[in-house]
Unconditional design. Sequence first.
Length: 216
Amino acid sequence: MKNGKYSVLIVEDQAMPAQLFAHFVRSSEKYELAASIVSASFAEVYCMGGKIDLILMDVVTADGACGLDAAEKIKAKYPNVKIIIVTSMPECSYIKRAKKIGVDGFWYKETSKEPILSLMDRVMNGEKVYPDGLPPVKLGLAFSNEFTDRELTILREITGGFSNQEIAEKYGIAANTVKNHVANLLLKTGFRNRIELAVRAREAGIVIMERSEDDI
C-alpha cells in the first residue's frame, strides 16, 4: 500500500478492457494504478520489492503467456499479493485451477453482475470470491450447462486432438464408453462429426486444450 492506496497491476492485452480497468482503478479512492501490461510473462517482475498489492490478471495474454501460469508463480513467491482472474473465456478448467493455486477472486468480463471494484474490495478484505458456476455458452443446439462433467472432460480432450483410445487410457475407462460420450455430445449439439465439435467448442471457449498440456 502506498499513500493509503492499494497498488494495482493490470495484465490485459485487449485495449478496451485494459482501459476500462484502468479507469475504474483511477476513479477509486482506495486504489492506484501501478502499471498496465499486455503479457503475463512480465507480471512477476512487477511484484518484486513489494510494490504490488493486487493484480487483475487475464488468462490469455500477449505472446501466448498464460495468466494462470503467472499467477501460480506469483502466489508461490509472493503469497500476500492478491490476484483476481478476469476472463471472457468460460473454459471449464479455469476456475478449478485458479482455486488450486490460491487465486483470490475470479470475474467474468461479460457476464459477472458484481462490479469489479466491489469484487476488488472484497478480495482486499480477505474474501475468496468466485462465481457460483460457469456462464452458459451456446454450442450448436445446446448450452454448455446441459453437458455432464464427464462430457465436458471428454470434450476438452477432443479439442486437444486425442483419440478415443488415448482418452480411455488416460481416465481408465473403456474406449466404447468414450465413443458413447462423443455420440451424446454430437446428438446434443447437432454437429456432424468430432472435428466440427472440437473446432466449435474451441471457438466458443468452453474447453481449450493443447496436446502438450498437462492434466490440471
